[in-house]
Design a protein around this ligand. Structure first.
Ligand code: ME8
Length: 525
């Protein structure tokens, strides 16, 4: 990608029935790191997130709390979901709520178009529904219940009985799109990633698609079907449309839609099917372009099980950021887990990585270089003399790390990008140990060599700072000010990170980049 490409990326919009846990924060952070990286390579970047507020799950939670569903949603958005973005330092460009007027308007226009074009018809629905999943279920999706639900068929995800529905509903002709979807997956292998998710979706569609029930008439918390006010829209049909209504689809001003659609969707693999089957079929029916890509990341596991609030394994993001800070949260989850695979969270692991990779690896490197420039050159950055092979190797590595990290991000592999950046951190630490600037400093005749070593290290450090800034915006901003580089680090080009030549001055870091953690709370370990 070059200057001026557009990179529009989304997170799922989250249900407001409960407060966020680290699984939600993980999705937010992953999308934010990709967005920040693209922004810092000059792409016209747009990060969308938001909340999914209709449907029975939220209606029931609100009733249980004796408030209206809108009051409940307002409370959760204000007190929990928007604050999450600050907690983990997400720089989103927009936040859409499915109760926004702009969303309801766009959804209504979309539905009417599909109805007018014959893609929606009235029929009888009989089958199962899981309110936890907000999903229609096939008998094969159910498992035998245990404990209180012994003898009953329950949802395999929520372990609670499903509801039996028998309603007159409107249906979307999804079965019409079976072959077109298979053609899409075949002709565009990148459309669904990673391959494990892609294979699962392909085999699901190959089993045959049924038409989808898209309306409910037994409750009224949802968007009214424009031609039949007794029905509200099925919550997933409503929610998926957020990705285009946020860009102005169905309004007088759809400039953003024209410029930024299609987007890349980052979702958990649990909801990849909705995004890679129902959503493109809806778009095909409306004659709109399908998403650029659907990336289904893995689950955060706690004690080997998918972490979830309903199973009481949920950990609030602030439990981690209060101890380690938002930068370490972001670094840890993107570094420790291969993006696209499941990963176990443990307090021991985050503590160990914080200490060895952040405090000792990167933090010490930065403090040592800045301190030596101050001690030996009063913070005035000298010019480099002739380069040795060791200096040239550092310069060359900075360039190759920049290029490889950029390529990894383009492939949605932030874990690889970070591991690559750490090659440079480790090489710089090794270089300083080998070059022994403290020994050079004892000999006046080695003044030029000392300058060359420290400035070579400083340049490498600047490259690391720029490259890791989308992951750790706060620590790198502080470092950028200390090495006197000028401007905000968020304005630096990641794809040119290796070109940074060093500044004129370096001022001491007021405190370490990664303060010592005295004791780690192991509450949820
Ligand atoms: O599904 N590990 O919302 P939701 C990793 N409203 N990610 C996790 C996770 C875990 N243990 N648990 C949750 C919905 N997530 C719909 C989406 S989009 C048009 C509508 C993350 O609140 C992951 O991204 O149940 C998952 O897909 C999402 O939260 C589900 O959030």
């Amino acid at each position: 990608m070059s200057d001026g490409s557009s990179f529009s990326i989304t997170t799922p919009i989250f249900y407001v029935n409960d407060v966020p846990h680290i699984g939600h924060a993980y999705t937010e952070v992953a999308a934010d790191v990709l967005a920040r990286w693209h922004r810092q390579r000059g792409d016209d970047t747009w990060l969308l997130t938001g909340t999914d507020e209709h449907g029975q799950k939220i209606l029931r939670t609100a009733s249980a709390n004796e408030v209206t569903p809108k009051e409940w949603a307002d409370r959760l958005v204000t007190e929990a979901w928007k604050p999450l973005l600050d907690t983990v330092d997400v720089a989103n460009d927009d936040f859409i709520r499915t109760t926004d007027e702009r969303h309801e308007r766009g959804v209504t226009a979309f539905l009417q178009k599909l109805y007018d074009d014959g893609y929606i018809y009235a029929g009888e629905f009989e089958g199962f529904y899981c309110v936890g999943c907000e999903e229609y279920k096939q008998p094969s999706d159910l498992v035998s219940g245990t404990g209180a639900y012994e003898g009953q068929q329950v949802c395999a995800i929520h372990s609670i009985p499903v509801e039996v529905l028998s309603e007159r509903n409107y249906f979307f002709r999804m079965s019409d799109f079976e072959q077109r979807l298979l053609d899409l997956y075949e002709s565009n292998p990148e459309f669904i990633q990673p391959d494990s998710v892609r294979n699962e979706i392909i085999s699901f569609v190959k089993q045959g698609l049924r038409d989808l029930s898209i309306s409910r008439s037994s409750f009224d918390w949802g968007i009214t079907i424009p031609w039949d006010s007794d029905h509200v829209l099925y919550v997933w049909f409503d929610a998926l449309l957020n990705y285009v209504t946020a860009l102005g689809y169905g309004s007088d001003d759809d400039e953003a839609f024209q410029r930024l659609w299609p987007s890349v969707h980052i979702v958990g693999k649990d909801i990849a099917r909705f995004h890679a089957v129902i959503w493109p079929a809806m778009l095909m029916a409306a004659g709109l372009p399908v998403p650029k890509r659907v990336f289904g990341h893995g689950w955060l596991l706690v004690g080997g099980e998918k972490m979830s609030k309903s199973k009481l394994t949920g950990i609030a993001p602030s439990e981690i950021t209060d101890t380690f800070g938002s930068d370490a949260f972001r670094y840890y989850f993107l570094r420790a887990i291969t993006f696209g695979q499941d990963g176990n969270f443990s307090w021991e692991d985050i503590s160990a990585r914080y200490q060895s990779e952040l405090a000792n690896g990167f933090g010490n490197l930065a403090s040592r270089i800045v301190a030596m420039l101050n001690r030996y050159f009063d913070g005035a950055v000298p010019a480099r003399g002739p380069l040795t092979a060791a200096d040239e190797a550092i310069d060359a590595l900075a360039k190759s790390v920049t290029e490889r990290a950029d390529a990894s991000i383009a492939e949605f592999a932030p874990h690889d990008a970070i591991a690559t950046i750490w090659e440079l951190v480790d090489a710089l630490n090794g270089y300083i140990t080998e070059q022994e600037p403290w020994a050079l400093a004892k000999d006046d005749a080695q003044r030029e060599r000392l300058a060359t070593v420290l400035v070579t290290a400083l340049r490498g450090l600047g490259t690391v700072a720029v490259l890791i800034s989308p992951v750790m915006p706060k620590a790198t901003e502080k470092l950028w000010a200390s090495i006197g580089a000028g401007g905000s680090i968020a304005e630096q080009r990641v794809d040119r990170a290796w070109e940074w030549q060093g500044a004129d001055t370096a001022v001491p870091l007021e405190s370490g980049l990664f303060p010592r953690i005295e004791q780690v709370e192991q509450g949820a370990a």
